[in-house]
Design a protein around this ligand. Structure first.
Ligand SMILES: [Fe+2]
Length: 329
């Protein structure tokens, strides 16, 4: 154990988790049954108590950084080539990495996916895709600007988990995060007042189907005055007035100033509090040789029951945004 937002797992604990996960059944990522979720819940016993304590605390009110990194987790022994299009790999026949994400997600809430993105896959591959370099999506490789995950969605995730299977060749692609808890006191009071008003237009990310149909007007800060929630996307957001744009620039500068970057290495799991912290990534140069950077991602909600009207009774995939009347909020 290290400080309160980075945990280094011992090799003994790593082996214990690997052996437990190897006993779990084969996984169909498009059809995860309740039986599988139960097996994952039972498997939590393989996680050491001191790590469970940190995770339960993170679930309750996360931490100052809105981020937790767990290093030295087990990954699959023989990884196939990185999926070229970010698709679900049919060559990957073992499921250690997927189970790591399901296991840690189960300690924070319930996994959720969106039909709009990656065909609703519960665990998604984050890999560079040829021709998509400049896209502000997880298929890109240019600088990915700070954003709240699925910020426009009425049921955006409370947490996201990013698990590294392969680092980029140069090991210099840093996943950046920045927390409102580190920024609030540095902002002018007048900016905070503006940021709490619905003065900001937010478009849907291009990774969403029919994204061009959707935009809404939101407040960037909400909730507790001393410990607000943050909803922001610098690539997809603009202030509706000159003053709002000024406030947006104020918070942009402060989030940049307070940001921290971590190069994720194989076996590193990054958990992000999507209400307190934004995330992005620095530029990297893919080689498209089958060994490019490969992360897997899971989204987690603390309020699964509130999503019930948008999914099947036992499903975890929310219906498309164009079914939901979200246009103009
Ligand atoms: Fe993201």
């Amino acid at each position: 154990m290290n400080n309160d937002d980075i945990i280094l797992l011992s090799d003994v604990d790593k082996t214990q988790i690997r052996e437990r996960l190897l006993k779990l059944p084969k996984l169909d990522i498009f059809n995860v049954s309740d039986t599988i979720y139960q097996e994952v819940d039972v498997a939590r016993k393989c996680i050491p108590d001191e790590i469970l304590r940190v995770l339960f605390s993170f679930r309750k009110r996360s931490n100052q950084e809105g981020r937790l990194i767990i290093r030295n987790l087990p990954i699959d022994s023989n990884l196939p080539k990185t999926p070229e299009l970010g698709e679900i790999s049919t060559e990957k026949q073992t499921y250690i990495s997927e189970y790591i994400l399901l296991l840690f997600a189960s300690l924070l809430g319930d996994p959720i996916s969106y039909s709009d993105e990656k065909e609703g896959a519960l665990i998604q591959n984050v890999c560079p895709v040829k021709g998509c370099e400049e896209k502000q999506e997880n298929s890109g490789s240019y600088n990915l600007s700070f954003h709240t995950e699925s910020g426009l969605h009425p049921f955006k995730p409370d947490y996201l988990g990013l698990f590294c299977l392969k680092a980029n060749h140069e090991k210099d692609a840093a996943t950046r995060t920045s927390s409102i808890r580190n920024c609030l006191r540095q902002l002018p009071s007048s900016a905070i007042e503006l940021l709490r008003e619905k003065l900001f237009k937010l478009k849907a990310p291009s990774s969403f189907k029919k994204h061009e149909l959707f935009e809404t007007t939101v407040a960037i800060l909400s909730g507790n005055i001393l410990d607000p929630d943050l909803l922001i996307d610098f690539a997809l957001m603009e202030g509706l007035t000159e003053q709002a744009q000024w406030a947006l620039e104020c918070i942009f500068n402060e989030l940049e100033k307070q940001s921290v970057g971590h190069v994720l290495l194989p076996g590193d799991l990054l958990l992000i509090d999507n209400r307190k912290s934004v995330h992005g990534r620095t530029f990297f140069k893919p080689r498209y040789d089958g060994n490019d950077r490969w992360l897997q991602r899971i989204l987690v909600t603390k309020e699964f029951h509130k999503t019930a009207a948008g999914r099947s009774v036992e499903g975890h995939t929310y219906h498309p945004l164009y079914v939901e009347n979200v246009r103009n909020g």
